[in-house]
Design a protein around this ligand. Structure first.
Ligand SMILES: C[S@@+](CC[C@H](N)C(=O)[O-])C[C@H]1O[C@@H](n2cnc3c(N)ncnc32)[C@H](O)[C@@H]1O
Length: 199
């Protein structure tokens, strides 16, 4: 996949603004979020699902692209429960602050028709989805959960649909990457994140 020199140019200023910690905490840089948004601008999906929202950098970037398209909804799944996060240190007050930033972003950018937050684990939310056009997996990156997300949500992506997998360079995600390799065709490898297409 050849990305344009300026991915998601139409909404790039808004995506860059989301990478300010005072607006949305997080780790993802603007280029990654522009790639996520560009795919949506190109492919015009109806159903986008994201596992792992945190403060909404990737979730809101994709929702902005859906708004630009004038159609489609992103469902962002996150339990916002500090007690189940073991990858890094965070307390309930801090994770709640992240949730409020995601909610605030929906209102600030008038994304109510295109962005739905589902406060649940990926396991609990799985039965909500039958056919997914674009999936972004960025939840818990340990081996068990990353494999669970690929094995549970990957089959729900329609033939010809797209799967983003975040942190594909982690040791703990290598089993999930192998699962993905057997399920879909690698379209783009950005080292720290990958894009696959279901055949
Ligand atoms: C790396 S952060 C997501 C970053 C986000 N995509 C962004 O753009 O900033 C991972 C998130 O996964 C969530 N998470 C942890 N376990 C989860 C689970 N079982 N199901 C869904 N989300 C989970 C955490 O609450 C955390 O907010």
């Amino acid at each position: 996949m050849d990305w344009p020199d300026e991915p998601a140019k139409e909404i790039s200023a808004e995506i860059e603004a989301l990478c300010d910690h005072r607006v949305c905490q997080g780790w993802q840089n603007a280029l990654r979020n522009k790639h996520l948004a560009q795919l949506i601008l190109w492919k015009k999906p109806s159903v986008v699902v994201e596992v792992g929202v945190f403060a909404g950098r990737s979730f809101l970037s994709q929702a902005l692209a859906l708004k630009q398209n004038g159609a489609g909804v992103i469902y962002g799944i996150d339990p916002y429960d500090a007690s189940i996060i073991h990858e890094w240190q965070i307390n309930q007050e801090e994770i709640e602050r992240a949730r409020l930033q995601a909610v605030d972003g929906i209102h600030r950018h008038s994304l109510q028709k295109h962005a739905v937050l589902v406060q649940a684990t990926s396991a609990v939310a799985a039965s909500l989805f039958e056919s997914i056009d674009v999936l972004h997996i960025d939840g818990c990156h340990d081996e068990e959960n990353s494999c669970f997300d690929v094995a549970t949500y990957g089959p729900k992506v329609r033939s010809g649909g797209w799967i983003w997998f975040d942190d594909s360079n982690y040791a703990s995600t290598q089993k999930a990457v192998t699962l993905l390799d057997g399920m879909a065709r690698l379209e783009n490898d950005q080292w720290a994140y990958r894009l696959y297409r279901k055949t």
